[in-house]
Design a protein around this ligand. Structure first.
Ligand code: GTR
Length: 423
């Protein structure tokens, strides 16, 4: 009778105290596989960056298939437009996009662009959790037809509840950004892939795979985070064709699991000029080898009934309780953004996401920025609550819970003013 108990992996206690963090060693992003040290941009770009990229791809998110040929069939339709959004300050446009043609799935994109701008506006691009209608109070915003999680669904269904309109508006400071000269685009993440283990079947993962089956279970194939990141790039494809928007000054952002997706999108798609990780935690900006809060085992579904096995490539789970064997860490993912501006933000009560681990992810990506001639983060000192730091790499620790709030947006817009507005 003891056997089943022994076979069932017990979840180690969550470390929430600094004194309980076991010692760990990080690999050096500036040492090539052949032992050479990177001291110049050329070696980083031609030798080391591709190696770092492959490590992140193979061990965390899986390989994003090349969909260029399928995208030749993309169809973009404007479903609705109003020049009177936010009392006439902005133009709202709602697109329906079939990125691989009308035989495949579609997504809806909501775009706000400031009216009367002298030149095309820089744009914030991000996915939302509940449907576009939850991000704004405006009655004209469409409700998604795809799967939504319980929180946003009509009771007992997976159908979006129209009464949840504006339910996440406090996380989307569209109007404040318009006032500062920024456009914003959002799409519902479930349009790309419903967020559950069977979600791939009705999302783009199945639609773009050559044989139409779930390829995740073959080693190296992508998970849902990879699919959401792919979706962010498809949003940018559409924005590139909007004359009032400057897609060359696009900031990709995301909160929590969507922060992980934003980082991976920014790493893969160098058209994104600025990358923002809001409370992305484990599998995002937080170091995995530093055992604090959520761990590889918990997030990757190693323990029955816990975690999100569909988010990552299958290999990630094999590092559960073996984080020391990981040939990379979060600083590799962050370093892939260099030399472009990067912002990592934490919240003081978000110990599950390990705020210090997120900061240290940025600290250890910093040498790559320096090699590329950028001032980067420029500090190793964990800043006090409410005091943003950094130059090309920004960081702040906001007081409060796991969330994205006006204070976060204010810091992102200030940082964007310095890096995007001046271009
Ligand atoms: C949690 C998960 C985190 C984070 C969060 C979210 O349950 O453990 O990694 O992604 O969800 O996305 O809100």
């Amino acid at each position: 009778m003891l056997l089943p108990l022994m076979l069932c992996a017990a979840i180690p206690a969550t470390v929430q105290e600094e004194s309980k963090v076991p010692p760990y060693t990080l690999p050096d992003p500036l040492v090539c596989a052949d032992g050479r040290r990177v001291t110049d941009a050329k070696t980083w770009n031609e030798v080391r960056r591709p190696e770092v990229f492959r490590l992140v791809e193979e061990n965390m998110f899986g390989r994003t298939p090349d969909t260029a040929r399928l995208q030749a069939d993309a169809v973009v339709e404007v479903r609705e437009q109003s020049k009177d959004a936010f009392g006439g300050k902005a133009t709202r446009t709602q697109f329906r996009v079939w990125p691989i043609g009308k035989q495949g799935p579609s997504f809806d994109m909501l775009l706000y662009v400031p009216n009367g701008a002298k030149r095309p506006a820089p744009v914030f691009v991000g996915l939302n959790f509940g449907g576009n209608h939850t991000t704004a109070e405006e009655p004209g915003v469409f409700v998604p037809a795809s799967w939504v999680s319980k929180q946003w669904a009509l009771k007992g269904t997976a159908q979006a509840d129209p009464a949840q309109r504006g339910g996440q508006a406090r996380r989307w400071e569209f109007e404040a950004l318009v006032d500062r000269g920024y456009a914003s685009a959002t799409a519902y993440y479930g349009d790309f892939e419903p967020d559950h283990p069977e979600g791939w079947k009705s999302g783009f993962r199945a639609a773009v795979s050559p044989d139409g089956v779930n390829t995740k279970w073959r080693d190296g194939e992508w998970g849902a985070i990879g699919c959401w990141a792919w979706g962010l790039s498809r949003m940018l494809d559409v924005l590139e064709k909007v004359p009032s928007v400057d897609a060359g000054r696009a900031a990709v952002h995301g909160h929590s699991r969507l922060g992980k997706a934003a980082l991976w999108a920014g790493a893969q798609d160098r058209r994104f000029a600025f990358v923002i990780s809001n409370n992305s935690g484990c599998g995002g900006a937080a170091l995995n080898k530093r055992i604090f809060g959520e761990t590889v085992g918990v997030i990757s579904g190693h323990y029955p009934g816990r975690g999100f096995p569909h988010w990552f490539t299958a290999r990630f789970e094999t590092f559960s309780e073996k984080e020391d064997k990981l040939p990379l860490d979060a600083h590799y993912l962050l370093a892939l953004v260099a030399p472009r501006p990067l912002y990592v933000a934490s919240a003081s009560e978000d110990s599950w996401a390990d705020p210090l681990g997120e900061f240290l992810g940025a600290v250890h990506a910093d040498p790559v920025y320096q090699v590329l001639g950028q001032p980067g983060l420029g500090t190793k000192e964990f800043p006090p609550v409410g005091q943003p730091v950094g130059r090309t790499v920004g960081y702040h620790l906001r007081a409060g819970k796991h969330d994205i709030l006006l204070e976060d947006w204010k810091n992102y817009a200030d940082f964007a003013d310095r890096h995007l507005k001046s271009r």
